[in-house]
Design a protein. Structure first.
Length: 210
């Protein structure tokens, strides 16, 4: 069975989906967003397909598509949908790797009793933690690292997103005892070509899929 890699973040709107697109392209992987909250405009799957150049066969359908762009448990309640955690089983993609993107941060609730990190702990797949380099990221990152470690998950390392802040990145990796996988700069324009070039210069497949 192919290797599955979970992409999660320290917060929402940090560029996790863009990173997932670049990662899926670099690894020639499939992509899966188990729960999509918010259907106005491009969904995360559509963004990954566009920026990563993934065919429709490599974009696996979401298990839940919820209307409102809020926490999954709230969005599900608005849509009068009950999220069945048992149904969030990662699909088999044969020999092709699978990039799985969570929603927001680790502690995002899926229902009254389950956080997204609890699903990650059930899967036991290796995790890449995305962290923006803006102010406050040291606290958010170290808390996220601690949450993953408490659940004995395999943290492959931290992928930073944003402008270069070497002192901040060093502090997170040193204090958290994690590997720095690289840094994805803010790209303008953001296209498949610029994203692929940035990934090739910033990340090594062996660090993530060794």
């Amino acid at each position: 069975m192919s290797r599955r890699i979970v992409v999660t973040g320290t917060d929402t709107d940090i560029g996790k989906t863009v990173f997932a697109a670049g990662l899926a392209d670099m690894l020639d992987a499939c992509y899966w967003k188990p729960i999509q909250s918010g259907l106005d405009g491009e969904t995360d799957s559509e963004i990954v397909a566009r920026l990563g150049g993934l065919s429709s066969k490599r974009i696996l359908p979401e298990r839940y598509r919820l209307t409102t762009p809020v926490s999954p448990h709230q969005s599900a309640a608005i849509d009068r949908v009950s999220i069945d955690i048992a149904e969030l089983e990662a699909p088999d993609t044969g020999d092709r790797p699978l990039v799985i993107e969570g929603a927001g941060g680790l502690m995002v609730p899926l229902d009254a009793a389950t956080l997204y990190v609890d699903v990650f702990a059930r899967w036991r797949f290796p995790v890449v933690l995305c962290a923006r380099t803006a102010l406050g990221t040291i606290n958010h990152s170290l808390l996220s690292i601690e949450a993953l470690r408490r659940r004995e998950l395999d943290l492959l390392g931290v992928a930073f997103i944003g402008e270069s802040h070497p002192e901040t990145e060093h502090a997170i990796c040193e204090i958290g005892g994690v590997k720095r996988l690289g840094r994805l700069p803010l790209l303008s324009p953001l296209t498949r070509v610029t994203l692929r070039e940035a990934f090739r210069s910033s990340f090594k497949p062996g660090d993530i899929y060794g």
